[in-house]
Design a protein around this ligand. Structure first.
Ligand code: CTP
Ligand code: MG
Length: 392
């Protein structure tokens, strides 16, 4: 049996908003439409893929479909979904497949198993739609919002696409509905019901989301993001000696003090320890390897750029910094009054929420070089989460 699929992609995605219609938005590194088209192009039960697009979207479509097998030349859709499906059915007239599936471009998460079930159900019943049992109680309301009826929940199904049909009956039903001016039929089952056909329901999929509102796009992004299961901890340590000056840089904040800190850069021990902690979690050398003190370009540099660099290395690997913990060790200056300002500055540098950044301070009870007020030490730890790589 020959089986074609019509993918309707001519809508404007007005409820989702955005610079391009939702089916051309990129999620998880691929446009929604391309993900949908791959499902069918790679499916052994599908012989041809007829995409219905908006005439303004020719270039976007060329990109989305590039290199995929089984794609027929796209055709222009109608003013509503029903019109777009009809255009797709008419375009398939010469090919006249035995079966046709109709699928929303905006449903990129349908599985190959669902497609196989759709094909089998169409062969058996002539008209079939995927449905899932509803968990909410559904009410029928009137124009004023008053409940008219509560249908029995056990008999309700929320239906999805791909809907599956024998080609000719569906084409005839659409032609008849069009000729009769029967509009507002929001799915193809409704067109078949209108024309007096029986429609079966087969098992749909909870994950077969139709991207409709902005929150759906965000959810789809989350679903496609690889899990950040490679969790690492890095540590960092740094010391700078006091020298002449009237302030010290600590955690990106200038704190007035009777001394300064000696160093090639701004000598911010806190940011240096944090930078090494992040680089340590990445197994990516240390601050000196990336910003050699022998290189004159880092003379007097503000240390926020070192930490921002390390944070960018994490992002470049598709990861996040989950937590930073910094301990500043000195007798003076007092860190407490500046703690919140330091946390806020670090959050700004690395682009992290404040509640994932900890700053602590301690003395060494007048023992050692910090106790003798010869300098400041800092230690830090960073928890970094990276996408899990395939085991070698
Ligand atoms: N569709 C179509 N032609 C239309 C309207 C819709 O091909 N004239 C397609 C959409 O591209 C989508 C599917 O039908 O893949 C389901 O429609 P819907 O989710 O309503 O998408 P849009 O119409 O694009 O969105 P909106 O209603 O928010 O504008
Ligand atoms: Mg619409």
């Amino acid at each position: 049996m020959q089986c074609a699929v019509i993918v309707v992609a001519a809508g404007r995605g007005s409820r989702t908003g955005g610079a391009v219609p939702k089916q051309y938005r990129v999620i998880g590194g691929e446009s929604v439409l391309r993900r949908t088209l791959r499902l069918f192009a790679e499916h052994p039960g599908i012989d041809a893929v007829q995409v219905v697009i908006h005439p303004d979207d020719k270039d976007l479509f060329a990109q989305a479909g590039a290199g995929l097998p089984k794609l027929l030349a796209p055709i222009a859709g109608g003013a509503d979904r029903q019109g777009s499906v009809k255009a797709g059915l008419d375009a398939l007239a010469r090919r006249a497949p035995d079966l046709v599936l109709v699928h929303d471009a905006a449903r990129p998460f349908a599985s190959p198993e669902l497609v196989a079930r759709a094909i089998a159900a169409a062969a058996e019943h002539g008209a079939a739609v995927p449905g899932v049992a509803v968990t909410d109680t559904v009410k029928l309301v009137d124009e004023t919002g008053m409940v008219v009826e509560t249908p029995e929940r056990a008999r309700l199904r929320a239906v999805q696409t791909p809907q599956a049909f024998r080609y000719w009956p569906l084409r005839m039903a659409h032609a008849k509905a069009h000729a009769a001016g029967a509009a507002g039929l929001t799915d193809d089952a409704a067109v078949m019901e209108w024309a007096g056909h029986k429609v079966a329901v087969f098992e749909g999929e909870a994950d077969n989301l139709k991207l409709t509102h902005p929150a759906d796009m965000a959810r789809a992004e989350r679903a496609l993001r690889p899990p950040l299961n490679d969790v690492r901890t890095g540590t960092g340590f740094d010391v700078h000696a006091f020298g002449p000056g009237d302030h010290v840089m600590l955690g990106g904040i200038a704190i007035p003090f009777e001394r300064g800190l000696d160093g090639h850069s701004d000598a911010d021990v806190g940011l240096h320890a944090l930078t090494d902690a992040v680089l340590g979690a990445l197994c990516d050398g240390d601050i000196g390897a990336h910003f050699p003190p022998s290189d004159p370009q880092w003379k007097g540099a503000t240390s926020d750029r070192f930490l921002a660099f390390a944070a960018e290395r994490v992002r470049a690997r598709g990861g996040i910094i989950a937590h930073l913990d910094l301990t500043l060790i000195c007798e003076a200056p007092k860190v407490g009054p500046h703690r919140d300002a330091i946390r806020a500055r670090i959050a700004e540098i690395v682009g992290m929420p404040l509640d994932r950044i900890s700053v602590k301070a301690t003395t060494t009870e007048r023992l050692g070089f910090t106790g003798r007020r010869e300098g400041i030490a800092a230690m830090a730890s960073a928890t970094v989460r990276l996408p899990e790589e395939d085991p070698q």
